[in-house]
Design a protein around this ligand. Structure first.
Ligand SMILES: Nc1ncnc2c1ncn2[C@@H]1O[C@H](COP(=O)(O)OP(=O)(O)O)[C@@H](O)[C@H]1O
Ligand SMILES: [Mg+2]
Length: 146
């Protein structure tokens, strides 16, 4: 799977990278998006959603925590856990029920969910380098694939 550190210079390049990753995702996959506010987590999620065939616009879910997007092929669940305070809060939104639904998940602020994040989750870390420059480190945990 797609792994490594990438430097992008525009929103379009971030979307392109997200589309590359989306090609490899399957139902049940969890993509964790880490990084400061404005680092590009939601923007990357828009690229994933577009590549998965989700209709309409994906916006920041900060105020509603979870947004579900149905594409013809797969359910895409976008979470932003920023406003939650720990594992109990995360469980209270119905975490286990969501995970059991076989969706593809994009989770901003996964740190809030602590050990509830499945060990198989893909981890993406965003760093702000400049106005439009970002470093995006992708770790799908699949380094030994041939
Ligand atoms: N290369 C880039 N990748 C992602 N976002 C970028 C990039 N260059 C500029 N931006 C801008 O940075 C902001 C990123 O915001 P957002 O994706 O909501 O971040 P987060 O979800 O991490 O808080 C957006 O306003 C976006 O237009
Ligand atoms: Mg965001």
């Amino acid at each position: 799977m797609l792994n490594g550190e990438f430097q992008v210079g525009s929103v379009e390049e971030t979307w392109t990278l997200a589309k590359e990753l989306a090609k490899e995702l399957k139902p049940g996959d969890v993509v964790c998006l880490e990084g400061d506010l404005g680092a590009g987590k939601t923007t990357f999620t828009q690229g994933l959603a577009a590549a998965l065939g989700v209709p309409g616009r994906v916006t920041s879910p900060t105020f509603c925590i979870v947004q579900e997007h149905q594409s013809p092929d797969v359910l895409f669940v976008h979470m932003d856990l920023y406003r939650l305070h720990g594992e109990e809060d995360v469980e209270a939104i119905g975490w286990e029920d969501y995970l059991a639904r076989g969706a593809i998940f994009a989770i901003e602020w996964p740190e809030r969910a602590g050990s509830l994040i499945p060990s198989t989750a893909h981890r993406i870390v965003f760093h702000h380098l400049g106005e439009e420059k970002r470093r995006i480190a992708i770790d799908t945990g699949d380094h030994f694939a041939v």
